[in-house]
Write a protein of this length. Structure first.
Length: 59
């Protein structure tokens, strides 16, 4: 994952992203990637659950 930290507190998923970072342009070049799960990922301790996350801004 890029710039994404996840944790589980009981039944609450906590996602931390530093909004000041960027990882350059997306594949299309239309947006700048801030954070990504890089596809669907299992949630630690809740492997039956998946998350797909992308945070981006216009170029």
């Amino acid at each position: 994952m890029k710039n994404v930290e996840m944790s589980v507190d009981g039944n609450i998923l906590i996602i931390k992203v530093d909004l000041t970072k960027d990882f350059g342009p997306s594949a299309s070049g239309k947006t700048i990637i801030i954070a990504s799960s890089e596809g669907n990922q299992s949630i630690h301790g809740k492997e039956a659950l998946k998350i797909g996350l992308n945070i981006y801004k216009k170029k």
